[in-house]
Design a binder for this molecule. Sequence first.
Ligand code: SF4
Length: 157
Amino acid sequence: MDEPKPESVQKMWKYAEAFANKSGTNLHPQREITEAVVLGLASNIDRYGRPLCPCNFYPVKDAEGNWPENLYLPREEEVKRRTWICACDEMQVFKYCHCLLFVNEDGLPITEYLPEDHEGREIYGLIMDPTPEKGRALGRVQEKHRAQLAAAEQPAE
Ligand code: SF4
């Protein structure tokens, strides 16, 4: 695979540092782990135009343009769907980064907000969020929406 363009790599480093700060997470203490993810994101910018998560197993289309049933779509389709554009939905809702780009000070992903049957909980156990006041923008919107719905369903006195 071609090396990503230096400007894409620089853009992704800048993004990773800024998003870690905004979300109250840290970049992984082992720089080579962060670097591998940043390079993967930069490659996807060059190839697909967006920073698609580099840590998933995306299927490829066959000659007829079909692909196997899978949790993930082929990369070209995932770019349109947006679920796995960094910062992905899992990060925006649960503050969980399975690539280990955005982690706590010990290099572990935050799993506190994940559903209990999520594989992140199975792999890492319960990792509490050290900065609960930051991040989870989409998760907060969903919680607010759920609270409004619950309030609307309360019988009038
Ligand atoms: Fe991948 Fe999501 Fe982590 Fe970005 S935030 S590196 S898309 S798991």
